[in-house]
Design a protein around this ligand. Structure first.
Ligand code: ACO
Length: 325
């Protein structure tokens, strides 16, 4: 028994901030951001929250899968920017969509969150415990980034993506994931508050760096290029597949240069590495389900396509899984 994605959905806030607007907040330019990252614009939450965007994406995924909310037995929501620590955002999604029979929990694994949510769903299905699981990645990173740090605020955006995973007779692909806590300092957020200086004016001004995501950009870049290439090789080998047998490599949408470097190292054409980061920026846990949903909707992904999804981020954490569409 394996888990198959039977429906996807996504949600992005209405407010779009392009690079030129961003350049009015920090000293940067559209040209610099596009050249170094590929990002042209990003969605930024106004009224939206992690839970509300997740619920909207979940409703779309349920409709796509033709599954009723009451059939869902488990909701796993990956996020780094939860609305609150208690209750978990997945509980609020349950309430909003009416998934009255679902057990709910959130996971935090930086930008690997959705891949680990998928692997967890697979493991539950393989064990026979659950047959229909909703997995979601949702982020309001705009609330946790330092809008005065041009080295990081240019990268990120907000949004949510969801997938319904249903028990199926198809091939079970063993996933691969790793963690290296010794490099935990490369990406941190050690204290928290929720809010930002762009769409949510704060009465209290938080200036201390610990309240914002801190990132060693170059360290993360090097880690991503080498470890993601390695982990894709590992997941292929473990499942006796060659890169040529994979139709698409859907990577966490962090930076166009990272995706291009991995494509070169894998010796697979860049056309097999779809990207939408130019329109969303890095949405962390949400990036893979958003792009999966877009590619599913526009017909790029065809039934039977073999896809590798790969995530990487703070922790450090990274992992890859093979999906049959
Ligand atoms: N606009 C203009 N100039 C800038 C900007 C900016 N936004 N940001 C930095 N610079 C300047 C720097 O000050 C520096 O100037 P100097 O040479 O005078 O000192 C110069 O540009 C080069 O800076 P670098 O930091 O070396 O730039 P780099 O090419 O490494 O690009 C970037 C920075 C885009 C952050 C890159 O390192 C990167 O994408 N890293 C990966 C980050 C990532 O993907 N993080 C997410 C991980 S997923 C997760 O878990 C959340």
């Amino acid at each position: 028994m394996t888990g198959k994605i039977i429906g996807t959905g996504s949600y992005a806030p209405a407010y779009i901030m392009d690079n030129n607007e961003l350049a009015t907040y920090v000293e940067t330019s559209d040209e610099w951001i596009r050249e170094r990252t590929g990002v042209a614009r990003r969605h930024i939450a106004g009224e939206e929250t992690v839970s509300s965007m997740a619920a909207a994406a979940a409703k779309a995924a349920l409709a796509d899968a033709k599954v009723e909310a009451a059939e869902i037995e488990l909701i796993i929501l990956a996020t780094n920017s939860p609305d609150a620590l208690i209750p978990a955002c997945s509980c609020l999604v349950q309430r909003e969509i009416g998934a009255v029979n679902a057990v709910c929990f959130d996971i935090t694994a930086a930008c690997t969150g959705f891949v680990l949510a998928y692997n967890t769903a697979q493991a539950y299905i393989a064990s026979g415990l659950y047959k229909k699981i909703l997995i979601i990645g949702s982020e309001t990173l705009s609330n946790i980034i330092d809008w005065s740090d041009r080295g990081s605020c240019i990268l990120f955006g907000d949004g949510a993506g969801a997938a319904v995973v249903g028990a199926s007779e198809g091939t079970y692909y063993t996933p691969v994931a790793h963690t290296d806590g010794s490099k935990a300092e490369a990406l941190t957020l050690t204290n928290r508050f929720v809010g930002n200086s762009i769409t949510k004016k704060q009465e209290t001004t938080y200036t201390s760096p610990e309240f914002f995501m801190q990132m060693d950009g170059q360290a993360v870049f090097k880690f991503a290029v080498s470890k993601v290439t390695e982990v894709i090789g590992e997941v292929l080998e473990k499942n006796n597949r060659r890169p040529e047998e994979i139709d698409y490599f859907i990577l966490h949408q962090a930076n166009q240069r990272i995706v291009e470097a991995i494509s070169r190292r894998m010796k697979q054409p860049i056309e097999k590495y779809p990207m939408n980061l130019m329109d969303y920026g890095n949405t962390s846990s949400a990036s893979i389900p958003i792009i999966l949903s877009e590619l599913g909707r526009d017909g790029t992904l065809k039934p039977g396509d073999r896809i590798v999804i790969a995530g990487f981020g703070g922790g450090l954490t990274w992992g890859a899984s093979i999906i049959e569409w």
